[in-house]
Design a protein around this ligand. Structure first.
Ligand SMILES: NC(=O)c1ccc[n+]([C@@H]2O[C@H](COP(=O)([O-])OP(=O)(O)OC[C@H]3O[C@@H](n4cnc5c(N)ncnc54)[C@H](OP(=O)(O)O)[C@@H]3O)[C@@H](O)[C@H]2O)c1
Length: 270
């Protein structure tokens, strides 16, 4: 049996759509009441060990979607608990959605690398999907204001953005054929890069790109009601893109998909 965690999230929803109708798939979420799904649903909360002992019973392959919202110690604790519970329940193989190697400058890289290390030491069979940053995330971080200006502090930086739908499809291909992917680490970044000016053009002639500073973005985020841990996460994302660390294209996405990746601009802005 295959269990997909985080099934109400944006990535989990897309994965669940691909797997709908299969009789060997179970969806896991913290709140099963929110899921009107065609597959059976179990309550899975990495912060609640009881839910994991029951939820992982009879599971052979676990698609562990990262639960990266929180301080590093909160995220590593929940990922560690999930891996321990999977091993105790007899799960054979974990597929983990991690972060591209080029993301090592991002503030949220640490819990991903910690989880990868923990998986390697777990004695379980595993595959790591090192996802690039979503095209949809970039579009949200660099959305135009009401007066048609994109002020995200991306400078001339560009991102090898990847459509979330492509990452979902790649994850599905791996979970359905885990023996072919044992011990593999896949770099799943886009094949095109996107910058602030491209986003402005994609929105139409009424939108301009006028990048601000990191200090301005930090102040804006802090005043927006974002949680404290989110402010460095987001400013660090702008900074890494602006500094040119997130622009490496290529990787393994085309191989896993068996086709060219979707256009990141179409995925993010359309
Ligand atoms: N590559 C990128 O650009 C990028 C951008 C943002 C985030 N991410 C990471 O990739 C993950 C999936 O992305 P997304 O777009 O689907 O994010 P999302 O829509 O915000 O969904 C958040 C996910 O975290 C899960 N989660 C939160 N706390 C949990 C817990 N205690 N136990 C188990 N699951 C928990 C949620 O599952 P429930 O169904 O239980 O609510 C949901 O799947 C995120 O959680 C984050 O770690 C990647």
């Amino acid at each position: 049996m295959i269990l997909v965690t985080g099934a109400t999230g944006a990535l989990g929803t897309l994965v669940a759509e691909h797997l709908a109708g299969r009789d060997d798939v179970v969806l896991g979420t913290r709140d099963p009441g929110r899921l009107a799904a065609s597959s059976p649903v179990r309550r899975i909360d990495f912060d609640d060990p009881d839910s994991l002992a029951e939820g992982f019973a009879d599971v052979d392959v676990l698609l562990m979607i990262s639960a990266g919202y929180g301080e590093d110690d909160a995220v590593t604790a929940r990922h560690g608990a999930a891996i321990d519970a999977a091993r105790a329940a007899g799960v054979r193989h974990i597929v983990y959605t991690s972060l591209t190697a080029d993301g090592d400058h991002l503030p949220y890289a640490l819990p991903h690398r910690w989880t990868e290390r923990r998986l390697r030491a777990s004695g379980l069979s595993w595959t790591v999907l090192r996802n690039g940053l979503y095209a949809e995330l970039l579009a949200a971080l660099a959305a135009p204001s009401a007066d048609g200006r994109i002020t995200a502090p991306l400078g001339e930086g560009r991102l090898a953005a990847v459509a979330r739908a492509d990452l979902a499809e790649a994850a599905v291909r791996v979970v359905l054929e885990t023996p072919a992917h044992v011990g593999r680490v896949y770099e799943l970044v886009g094949e095109e890069t996107v910058g602030g000016a491209d986003l402005a053009r994609a929105h139409g002639p009424h939108v301009t790109y006028e990048p601000g500073t990191l200090a301005q973005a930090r102040a804006h985020l802090a005043a927006s009601g974002a949680e404290a841990f989110q402010v460095p996460m987001l400013t660090g994302t702008y900074s890494a893109i602006a500094a040119g660390f997130m622009a490496r294209t290529g990787g393994d996405l085309r191989e896993l998909l068996g086709r060219a990746p979707r256009s990141p601009l179409a995925a993010g802005v359309a």
